[in-house]
Design a protein around this ligand. Structure first.
Ligand SMILES: C[S@@+](CC[C@H](N)C(=O)[O-])C[C@H]1O[C@@H](n2cnc3c(N)ncnc32)[C@H](O)[C@@H]1O
Length: 192
């Protein structure tokens, strides 16, 4: 199936699904299309190859990351603790013919991060449990290579929940940061 058409179908599915469910765990909570476009462009421009995504859901954002990774010769590891969402994502990666570029991990992200190798990733996309970001920061920094980039979604839509995390990263002299009004707000931190 043509990828652009498939991404539009997933976008429609996410919107329809999320407006019909009240249980948050059953919502897809996908990034916006312009965020996806931005992630693809960023990965291509930065030539990112070892990519980590925290928060797979049904794989919509992962597919945008994978379009970039296909160009750079990179690979993606994506984590979600929901078995049901991981299964949906697996089916979507198969339909998008991107399975070979993506390793899925079904685990708590905090547990995964604690056990991940230092300097393992040159790009990390964080779109998960915002209340845990501050606790995860030490491991995120440890596993992000120097010169690598962390991008965090919802920096404007949920600014109040992100403020403490962004303040911590902003005052760390190992990071250069900015906030972009793309989609729900992208917080970008480059590790020096
Ligand atoms: C906002 S959604 C991700 C949306 C996805 N990035 C997209 O745009 O298609 C957040 C996801 O994080 C997962 N999640 C929340 N807390 C988690 C945790 N502690 N460990 C692993 N996954 C978690 C949820 O199951 C949910 O699927």
């Amino acid at each position: 199936m043509e990828l652009e058409k498939f991404l539009s179908e997933l976008e429609e599915f996410g919107n329809r699904n999320d407006s019909s469910k009240t249980d948050r765990t059953q919502k897809m909570l996908n990034i916006t299309k312009d965020t996806g476009e931005f992630l693809t462009v960023f990965i291509k421009a930065a030539k990112s190859r070892s990519i980590l995504e925290i928060g797979t859901s049904n794989g919509y954002s992962t597919i945008w990351l994978a379009v970039g990774a296909k160009y750079t010769g990179g690979r993606i590891t994506t984590i979600d603790f929901s078995e049901a969402k991981a299964e949906m994502a697996k089916n979507n990666f198969e339909k998008a013919e991107l399975t070979g570029l993506i390793e899925q991990v079904v685990d708590d992200a905090g547990n995964f991060l604690e056990n991940a190798q230092a300097d393992a990733y040159d790009f990390i996309f964080l779109d998960s449990q915002r209340s845990a970001y501050t606790a995860w920061l030490g491991d995120i920094k440890r596993i992000l290579k120097r010169g690598g980039t962390l991008i965090v979604d919802n920096a404007l839509s949920h600014k109040d929940e992100m403020d403490a995390f962004m303040a911590l990263v902003d005052c760390d002299t190992d990071f250069t940061t900015c906030l972009l009004s793309v989609g729900n707000g992208q917080y970008i931190a480059v590790r020096e």
